[in-house]
Design a protein around this ligand. Structure first.
Ligand code: PLP
Length: 376
């Protein structure tokens, strides 16, 4: 890991070279505890998605708080997690190509890995390579519930599962889906109704498959915006919920998804580097250090918000610096001072840095290398 600065544990925020990625440990721990405690008493299984923080140490905290394993989309990240001792991983992505499947065969000898299938060609490939490598590959069928996802159509899924079970070398484990559009529905009730109507279809499919004599051990569905909805569904038991972004949260999940219950645990520390006019300040963050899009619609440029700075009218983000315009002349902000900004989308911001500075009571308590950020 390339690193030129020499910040030490115990340093204050002012001593950190900016821009820098901060984790507020109290907020992080609160978010993990809140969701973990909820799932302890509910009909649901938390399987936190790791695509945001990509840190095995946080996965461990999530498991200690009650999660039953983890989920992730990147295969390379799964290899890293297994090397860090994480054993139960649902990979929410189809694994294709000789070399990746060979790596999957190897990984399946060291941990409980489940991968996604949605085509018979890919399933045959997995089956052949599993047999050649003397291993069983666990598979879950992805169901198509969104216009922007892969997956098997519901109408075809029973037939598809029957074909899968004829193949040797693979174990059919169950069904999963990700209906990302639910995140754009702010009303909890409308979101619940939409999610429940998908779960109704899954429950029916599960029962149809079991009528063929094939056990459906796993149903995985739901994410942060259904964290307290999926477990309320009465007709399925212990649905695995792939909630991810609750750990860090961000301002778009508060304002667009109505998820204010989670505290902001990820911020970017930035410094004012110039005051070109009383109503303008220039800060040393830009698109290279804080993502500018909203998860609600990735093409929607929205920019970050300041944590403790009032009167900001506009943040014009360039690549390496940003121009902040105030409503009125501002004489408080001084060159050299540090401020925290809240990203619109934590997941994509976190991938921009080699390390996280973990802060408690204004001091660096730990520095965590962000090894997972480049593992695809
Ligand atoms: C397949 C899958 N599961 C779960 C998630 C987690 O979503 P969230 O971070 O909103 O909980 C994502 C995010 O894009 C995803 O793609």
């Amino acid at each position: 890991m390339l690193s030129y600065d020499s910040v030490k544990v115990g340093a204050s925020l002012e001593e950190i070279d900016t821009p820098a990625l901060l984790i507020n440990l109290d907020a992080l721990e609160k978010n993990i505890r809140l969701v973990g405690e909820y799932y302890r008493t509910k009909n649901g299984a938390l399987l936190p998605h790791q695509k945001g923080h990509r840190l095995p140490i946080i996965a461990r905290k999530q498991i200690d708080a009650g999660a039953k394993g983890v989920s992730m989309t990147s295969f390379g990240l799964a290899e890293y997690y297994v090397s860090c001792g994480i054993k139960d991983i649902l990979i929410t992505c189809e694994i294709c190509g000789d070399n990746k499947i060979r790596r999957l065969c190897s990984l399946s000898k060291h941990a409980n890995i489940i991968v996604t299938v949605d085509s018979i060609e890919n399933a045959r490939h997995l089956s052949e390579m599993a047999l050649a490598n003397n291993v069983k590959i666990n598979v879950c069928v992805e169901l198509k519930t969104s216009d922007i996802s892969a997956g098997v159509e519901f109408s075809n899924a029973k037939y598809f599962v029957r074909e899968l079970t004829k193949l040797q070398g693979i174990n059919f484990m169950g069904l999963w889906e990700h209906q990302g559009e639910l995140g754009g529905i702010k009303s909890w009730k409308i979101r619940r109704d939409e999610h429940f109507s998908t779960l109704d279809k899954i429950a029916q499919l599960k029962s149809d498959i079991e009528d063929m004599g094939v056990e459906v051990q796993i149903v995985s569905s739901g994410f942060t915006c259904t964290w307290n909805i999926t477990p309320e569904y009465p007709h399925l038991k212990d649905v695995q919920v792939q909630a991810g972004s609750y750990v860090f949260s961000d301002w778009c999940s508060h304002e667009l998804e109505g998820l204010e219950v989670f505290d902001y645990a990820l911020t970017v520390l930035t410094r004012c580097i110039s005051r070109p006019a009383p109503d303008k300040a220039i800060f040393d963050f830009g698109m290279n250090s804080c993502s500018d899009e909203s998860t609600h619609d990735y093409h929607n440029v929205v920019g970050p918000k300041f944590k403790n700075l009032e009167g900001v009218r506009e943040v014009y983000e360039r690549e390496e610096v940003s121009v902040v315009k105030f409503d009125e002349p501002n004489y408080e902000v001084k060159v050299g001072e540090v401020y925290e900004i809240i990203p619109p989308h934590s997941d994509t911001t976190a991938k921009l840095y080699d390390k996280y500075y973990c802060i408690r009571e204004g001091k660096v308590e730990a520095i965590w290398p962000n090894i997972g950020r480049g593992l695809l």
